[in-house]
Write a protein that binds this ligand. Structure first.
Ligand code: 13P
Length: 290
């Protein structure tokens, strides 16, 4: 069932687990992530960047595809379709296209005041249509679809100011980085997470850059108030590995091994398996209707 992400993340915050928010790129991605969530009876968030929407033509194509997959695959668990790192303009396009949840990433705006002002406008427009809103304070390090930032630790007072606007969940930089973590990565700042949590109360918090964070750190972060974990690179890596193995073993040259349904199947299966592992790691297995 396609829903907004508010209730599932509030339940996660209360139940001390996190819901995985997995980035989708195409039919194979969306379908595989839904299969994993349904099999483990876990709520799930499918999210899409503007780059991935462009790849698929438009936000409307993404929304219609996901909506129809949920219906025709008889997916019974709650599924939210979320805009990942949207600009102010993207948010309004997604509201029109039928997304059930949006992230307005105002951390790149020239001033914090502009982030604050635009987040307030997004909350008003999205909530009028029952759409949930994620905001961001403090950039997340690394580069995702051309969006880069310095990965600062979010200022707890700024987090409180954004939380007070009525956003449904909040992404805050706590040393996390998009993409593969460098060898010398300092790890998550649990101290900063605790300070933010102390000021934002029951608001579900979001951890971006979920790829490659050691399990103990993921679980500690969940225990301290992280309720949504974003994962993108991880599924890209397992898809690429499985596809490379298929081609390197020469299978695409045997019989009709070049058929895209054969060629893409190992990668597709790898996404299902890895998504299931992450759902178990985040603790949302069996929480479809929590
Ligand atoms: P990774 O690519 O590091 O998993 O980050 C995903 C993310 O945070 C999407 O917003």
């Amino acid at each position: 069932m396609l829903v907004n992400a508010t209730a599932m993340l509030q339940a996660a915050a209360k139940g001390h687990y996190a819901v995985g928010a997995f980035n989708t790129n195409n039919l194979e991605w969306a379908s595989s992530i839904l299969d994993a969530a349904e099999e483990l009876q876990s709520p799930v968030i499918l999210q899409c960047t503007s780059g991935a929407a462009k790849w698929q033509t438009s936000y409307k194509v993404v929304a219609d595809l996901v909506k129809q997959l949920v219906e025709d695959k008889n997916i019974t668990v709650p599924v939210a379709l979320h805009l990942d790192h949207g600009t102010y303009e993207d948010v309004f396009k997604c509201i029109e296209a039928g997304f059930t949840s949006v992230m307005y990433d105002g951390s790149h705006e020239e001033t914090f005041d502009l982030n604050l002002q635009r987040t307030a406008e997004v909350v008003k427009a999205a909530h009028a249509k029952g759409i949930s809103v994620e905001a961001e304070v403090g950039g997340i390090g690394g580069v995702e679809d051309g969006v880069a930032s310095n990965g600062e630790l979010a200022d707890p007072e700024q987090c409180k100011a954004i939380a007070d606007l009525g956003v449904d969940f909040l992404a805050c930089g706590i040393g996390n980085i998009h993409g593969i973590y460098p060898e010398n990565w300092a790890g998550l700042s649990f101290e900063r997470l605790g300070e933010i949590k102390a000021l934002t109360g029951d608001l579900p918090l979001v951890l971006h850059g979920g790829t490659g964070i050691p399990v103990e750190q993921i679980q500690k972060a969940i225990s301290l108030g992280i309720s949504k974990i974003n994962v993108n690179t991880d599924l890209q890596v397992v898809f690429a590995e499985a596809t490379r193995k298929y081609i390197e073993s020469g299978k695409d040259q045997q019989g009709k091994g070049y058929d895209p349904r054969k060629l893409l199947k190992p990668g597709r299966d790898a996404i299902v398996e890895r998504t299931k592992e992450l759902i178990v790691e985040f603790g949302s297995e069996g929480k479809g209707w929590a």
